[in-house]
Design a protein around this ligand. Structure first.
Ligand SMILES: [Zn+2]
Length: 470
């Protein structure tokens, strides 16, 4: 991988210098240690190019010799129809947008932070926590992962300061209605990003359990083995252990491997166990794996991703995040039953956790996937007590040095959840047919060229974005 440590950063728009770390967020750029651009800013809405959905911010747009200005969110309506949380999350992915902008000649991106997210998480808070170091995986000695353009991010208030009062909000309101507003005021920017580049090695660790009569097909478990490492001290502790995020998930995967290997007959399909690196840096290890698989990618029939299991309370239900988008829902139900657990729906669908861990790298290659998680049900069927425990963990320990093993944790409380994960993989491995996406599913379509931001995709007729999976 190539790591880009930020040395200097500056953004000046029409002579107004913005302060990095306060007005503007800029991180090191692994593809080029010395970015120095003086160019006009061209506003292109969300920068979303999805003609297959009947939505295109880039139609007829020329960006050669320009810095593209985009809002970082995504529209809530398409062609007058509401966009559901899943499609919204897919559209809000910046990576394919940057590729589409690069294909039209843009040299950099200035992102305006999504005003909807700003209501829940102010930009001032985001910018404080935002890492300034960039990281990319490499192919043949050159960075090859996203993002493909250098970028800077500001909030709507700063854009208003540069462009005139309330301009950002008016543009955003039009966008949110699914329109494609233009902004013709001439703005010229100077963007400088100087980074120190350093090559580092990080590894995915992969093992395979050969299967029986269907051994050419493979069920892939994944769990990320990286965490945040050494960082800013909190209460004198600067070691970010990542006990639950995700040492415990790797331990669970190893136990599942041990369990599947101990069966008297191997599963019909082969089972792959992938401990991936770089999840915390943007799913880098899993993305590298699916782009450079150790065996033909089409042989992988499903991904089961484990990012945390829960030792802080007795588990009575599990969630199979994303399974409802494919036939994996069937195996999830059977596995939950076999483990003596209830299968609960995603308790936080608006967060779209399905795109936030390594399973999404597999989804991007067309592989049906599931992200397993403990539910919050207690022995009486109530949800409040364990939900409070989970929320407390999120606010007090998530991505903090205090994510370490606690006296109140019990390893044996993770057993039903691990049993569910084992049975899930076994059910998929032993099924007569390989899993399939639901017809016209938003995630099933992610692997198609249009959603990947490829430039010369065939234009298919618009689909009904509000259609529910069958
Ligand atoms: Zn994490």
């Amino acid at each position: 991988m190539r790591e880009a440590t930020l040395v200097t950063a500056s953004l000046t728009v029409n002579g107004v210098a913005l302060e990095p770390g306060r007005d503007v967020a800029i991180r090191g750029y692994p593809r080029d240690g010395n970015i120095d651009i003086d160019q006009p800013l061209v506003f292109v809405g969300y920068g979303i190019h999805r003609p297959d959905l009947g939505y295109d911010d880039l139609e007829g747009v020329q960006l050669h010799g320009a810095i593209a200005v985009i809002f970082t969110g995504a529209p809530r309506t398409l062609n007058g129809k509401p966009v559901d949380d899943a499609l919204h999350a897919v559209l809000a992915d910046t990576a394919p947008r940057y590729r589409a902008l690069r294909d039209r000649g843009a040299t950099a991106v200035l992102g305006i932070y999504d005003p909807v997210r700003a209501e829940r998480m102010p930009f001032a808070k985001i910018i404080k926590k935002m890492p300034t170091t960039g990281l990319a995986w490499m192919v043949d000695g050159a960075p090859a992962s996203d993002p493909v353009l250098p970028s800077a991010a500001i909030d709507a208030a700063t854009f208003d300061r540069l462009a005139g009062a309330q301009v950002a909000h008016a543009l955003w309101e039009q966008l949110d209605r699914g329109e494609h507003p233009r902004f013709d005021q001439p703005l010229k920017a100077s963007l400088r990003i100087t980074s120190t580049l350093r090559d580092i090695t990080a590894r995915n660790v992969v093992a395979m359990l050969p299967g029986g009569d269907l051994h050419d097909e493979i069920v892939a478990y994944s769990a990320h083995h990286d965490h945040l490492g050494i960082g800013a001290p909190v209460n004198g502790d600067h070691i970010y252990n990542g006990a639950l995020d995700n040492a415990i998930g790797v331990a669970a995967m190893l136990e599942i491997a041990r369990g599947l290997k101990a069966l008297s007959h191997p599963p019909r399909r082969s089972v792959l166990f992938i401990a991936v690196t770089g999840e915390e840096k943007g799913l880098l290890g899993s993305e590298y794996f699916v782009e450079h698989p150790t065996l033909p990618i089409e042989r992988i029939v499903a991904n089961i991703n484990i990012d945390g299991v829960h030792p802080s309370y007795q588990v009575f239900d599990v969630e199979a995040l994303g399974a409802e988008h494919s036939s994996l829902q069937r195996e999830a139900l059977a596995a939950a039953r076999a483990a003596g657990l209830n299968l609960s729906p995603d308790r936080d669908p608006a967060q779209v956790h399905f795109i936030r861990s390594d399973q999404y790298s597999f989804v991007k290659r067309g592989i049906p996937a599931v992200h397993t998680a403990a539910g919050v049900m207690d022995e009486h069927g109530g949800l409040a007590t364990n939900r409070a425990l989970q929320d407390a963990w999120e606010s007090e320990r998530y991505h903090q040095p205090s994510d370490e093993w606690q006296p109140g944790y019990h390893a044996e409380w993770t057993l039903p959840e691990m049993k569910f994960e084992l049975m899930m993989g076994l059910a998929v491995a032993d099924a007569d047919t390989r899993p399939t996406w639901n017809a016209r599913d938003v995630f099933g379509d992610v692997a198609k060229p249009a959603a990947r931001g490829d430039s010369r995709q065939p234009v298919s007729p618009p689909v009904d974005a509000s259609a529910k999976p069958r």
